[in-house]
Design a protein around this ligand. Structure first.
Ligand SMILES: [Zn+2]
Length: 128
């Protein structure tokens, strides 16, 4: 990061401490010796879903969950099991390490999980 005073590219860290949402670093410019502060924050990974018509949409776990709930409606399945399935799918998707994933891939993951869990829910999901 460039010095905000003289735009020198290098600085040294004189102090760093954890704050509630990241790390705060006090820096000293190696050019003009002025001090400034930088913050490091964790940025959640954004995943985009590529729809059949090529449109991109941000991955939305709530949406996935509501689809799963619909498929599992009135089935003898614990509510936690259904939301756990959404968590697992989200995890597996993020583990792919890709910025975009096709909606078909997500659909296949859901189908594989539902098939193992409940045949009726599986058929319902497959029909939409
Ligand atoms: Zn400077």
């Amino acid at each position: 990061m460039k010095c905000p005073y003289c735009e020198h590219p290098d600085s040294r860290v004189v102090d760093s401490r954890e704050v509630s949402d990241g790390i705060r670093r006090r820096r000293q410019c190696l050019g003009c010796c002025q001090r400034f502060t930088t913050y490091e924050r964790l940025q959640p990974v954004l995943l985009y879903v590529v729809k059949k018509d090529e449109r991109r949409e941000e991955f939305n776990k709530e949406k996935l969950l509501s689809g799963l709930r619909k498929a599992c409606e009135k089935r003898p399945l614990p509510v936690e099991r259904v939301s756990q399935m959404a968590d697992e799918i989200e995890c597996e998707l993020l583990a792919l390490g890709k910025a975009e994933v096709s909606s078909t891939v997500i659909g296949d993951m859901v189908m594989a999980k539902l098939k193992a869990l409940d045949k009726i829910a599986y058929i319902r999901f497959a029909s939409v």
